[in-house]
Design a protein around this ligand. Structure first.
Ligand code: ZN
Ligand code: ZN
Length: 392
């Protein structure tokens, strides 16, 4: 059974639900790509402002990033993270419309009780999760410096409390050779495409010696201009992923070795470029996860926890989790054959099952936030695990 204060928060989410559904439906109907979420940011900031939050727009130099804060007395700061970018061509197929409305719902509900429990509620508007890692500049700008715990819930085809995420580094390689007629005088040319092909072969040879918790994968971004010209320029883009940054660095050095060997074998010159920032692995906080699990189960939800370390992707939530205890559970909104980044998932994100999942996420996050504000022992356990890196 939930105690009266938690019960009051649940009722507050119910009271707010028409507004929360409006948010999620507006975002769903107006999908915007990474760093271009102007309408979403406007809709969300306006809602939070109407509820008395202090807004800061364009934080960390990102026009569609923002923070909304509400404080009462001295107490911990609980941050709810909103994501709101969509995917090219398939709209909200990652359900970030639901993430945004659930986090806003939790923030508004928890704020309504701050007169009784001192503390600070922060809603962080995080653009560009799908591309570019919008949370990384927010972390670098020190936005999470005064935050005691951060959370968001991702929609999924399972309800899971803990899922690891891989660190990720992108690397682009360009090879430069010499053009020549590919039939008449091929011996005068230097083939840059061959260097790219050898790079893939080198990486494929390396693959057998890779740990099962690592990934290296890439595409050819430039492969030449015409079959009758020896390509003088060719390029590829790779992602290197691992569960810890130390191992990622080792693996990255081996991938650089694959480029160098390919250049040496073909006589090409090569150049390596990094486009983005490193995505860090998710530092799991089991104390926080346990708190959320108890609350979710108290709300009648069934947890469907699978292995924590299989079928992993990467997220910029990982970077947040390196600087502050962070929780990112998932809540099911669809059947097992539908998964995020499928167009069917965009349908689920706009369905009543999606909306129910969103409201459940808002309730569970709100009461978990309450636990952290009023139970110093619980917050101390979360922080001690974060500082010591030990699982309780
Ligand atoms: Zn996604
Ligand atoms: Zn997502």
């Amino acid at each position: 059974m939930l105690d009266p204060l938690k019960q009051a928060l649940i009722e507050e989410v119910d009271r707010l639900s028409p507004e929360l559904l409006q948010i999620s439906r507006f975002l769903h109907a107006n999908p915007e790509l990474a760093f271009e979420e102007y309408q979403a940011a406007e809709f969300l900031t306006r809602t939070l402002e109407e509820h008395g939050f202090s807004l800061e727009r364009g934080v960390a130099g990102l026009p569609t990033a923002f923070t909304a804060a509400y404080a009462s007395g001295e107490g911990p700061t609980i941050a709810f993270l909103a994501e709101y970018d969509a995917l090219p061509g398939i709209g909200h197929a990652c359900g970030h419309n639901l993430i945004a409305s659930a986090s806003v719902g939790a923030a508004l509900a928890l704020k309504s009780r701050l007169a009784q429990i001192p503390g600070r509620v922060l809603l962080v508007g995080c653009p560009a999760e799908e591309k570019g890692g919008g949370k990384i500049p927010l972390v670098e700008a020190g936005l999470f410096q005064w935050v005691d715990a951060a959370m968001l819930v991702h929609p999924s085809n399972r309800t899971e409390i803990v899922k690891k995420a891989l660190g990720m580094r992108d690397v682009q390689v360009e090879f430069f050779g010499k053009a020549a007629h590919a039939a008449a005088v091929p011996y005068l040319g230097i083939n840059a495409l061959d260097a790219v092909i050898l790079t893939f072969n080198n990486i494929n040879a390396l693959r057998q010696q890779l740990r099962s918790d690592t990934r290296v994968h890439g595409i050819i971004t430039h492969g030449g201009k015409a079959p009758n010209i020896i390509p003088d320029h060719a390029a590829a883009l790779f992602y290197v992923r691992a569960l810890d940054m130390g191992h990622l660095e080792e693996l990255y050095q081996k991938v650089l070795g694959c480029f160098e060997a390919a250049a040496s074998a073909t006589g090409t010159r090569y150049q390596v470029k990094r486009a983005g920032h490193d995505y860090h692995p998710h530092k799991i906080n089991y104390s926080l996860a346990q708190l959320f699990r108890q609350n979710l189960e108290a709300l009648g939800a069934e947890v469907d926890q699978g292995p924590e370390d299989v079928d992993l992707g990467s997220t910029d939530v990982g970077n947040v989790s390196q600087v502050v205890p962070t929780l990112q559970p998932t809540i099911t909104i669809c059947g097992p054959k539908v998964s995020c980044h499928m167009s069917e998932f965009a349908v689920a994100s706009g369905s009543s099952a999606g909306e129910e999942g969103m409201l459940l996420a808002a309730r569970a996050m709100a009461i978990t936030g309450l636990d952290l504000l009023r139970d110093r022992d619980a917050l101390d356990r979360v922080k001690a695990e974060f500082a010591g890196g030990r699982r309780p």
